[in-house]
Structures are given as C-alpha cells and as structure tokens.
Design a protein around this ligand. Structure first.
Ligand SMILES: [Zn+2]
Length: 167
C-alpha cells in the first residue's frame, strides 16, 4: 500500500513523474523554441507509436495493467502559440477505468501549457499578477487575465515552481 511521500501536499494535482519543462533562465525566443521542440517531439513520438504507457494505473495504482485505448484531440496554449494535439488514453484491465496520458508540458483540465503557467507564476513572484499578464501580452502576444494568474498562484503548489531544476 504505502502512499508516496508528499501525497498530502500535492492532493488534487497530477504526480510530477514526468519531466517538467525547464525554461527558467532562457530568453523569451528560446523559451518559445524550447516548447516548440517539445511539442514537435511529442507529435513525432505519437505518430510513430513511441509514447510510453504509465507504469501504474492512476486510479487503482496497480502495475502493468494498462492497454492503449484510443485518443482524442486537445487544445494547448503554449508560449509558441495555440494548437491541437492528440492525447492517448489507456484502459486499466484491473479496475476498468480509462485515463489520459498527458505529455509533460500540459496539466489536466488546463488549457495553458506548463510553460505559460511557469512564465506567469515566475513573473507574479517577481512583480505582480498584473505585470506578469502584461509581460505575456507584450512578449508572447498571449492575453491572460491577471485574475487567472492570481488563481494559479493560489492553486498551483510551490512544488510546481521548485521541482524543476534551473538551467
Ligand atoms: Zn486501475
């Protein structure tokens, strides 16, 4: 049984077993290229059938019981723009539930990519939510309400910003 360490603090958020985007310290154009490359790599892995299935079922936590189970299309808004990407689903043989296998650059039920959230949250930490929203418009042409950034700040745990190694 034994639940993983930190379960309490991260409740409601997906486990960050996937690599988190490393964008801190990069210049704006490099951040855009970085996410672009990650998305391209993901699309290539998808089309070549190279995506990896998670080891455990997200719901019942049993191991080696997942089969691919179709896919759907999902919008992702990143620092590189807006696009639709395919998301594969898996079906658990043990509990019969299905869930999505998301790439490392997006979170469940959130339209904006992790790169956008990180950029906004780092800006908000440094200055204010309003200024962070202004930077997103000015640098990336992305209009995000400062209230949205404020809500991210409330909901996204600090872990999100701290977990990724700095470049
Ligand atoms: Zn299961």
């Amino acid at each position: 049984m034994g639940s993983p360490l930190g379960t309490k603090e991260t409740r409601g958020f997906p486990p960050f077993s996937k690599p988190i985007l490393i964008i801190s310290g990069l210049l704006p154009a490099d951040k855009r290229n970085h996410i672009k490359k990650l998305i391209e790599k993901y699309l290539e892995d998808f089309s070549r059938g190279r995506l990896k299935k998670p080891e455990k079922c997200e719901l019942c936590r049993r191991k080696q019981c997942l089969n691919w189970h179709g896919f759907y299309s999902r919008q992702v808004i990143s620092l590189a723009g807006t696009e639709y990407i395919p998301i594969r689903r898996v079906l658990c043989k043990e509990c019969g539930k299905t869930f999505a296998v998301l790439p490392g650059f997006i979170l469940k039920r959130r339209r904006y990519g992790i790169d956008v959230m990180r950029f906004a949250l780092e800006g908000a930490e440094r200055t204010t939510c309003e200024k962070a929203a202004g930077e997103l418009v000015h640098i990336y042409g992305l209009f995000i309400d400062s209230l949205t950034i404020w809500l991210w700040k409330k909901k996204i745990p600090k872990l999100f910003l701290q977990a990724a190694p700095q470049m």
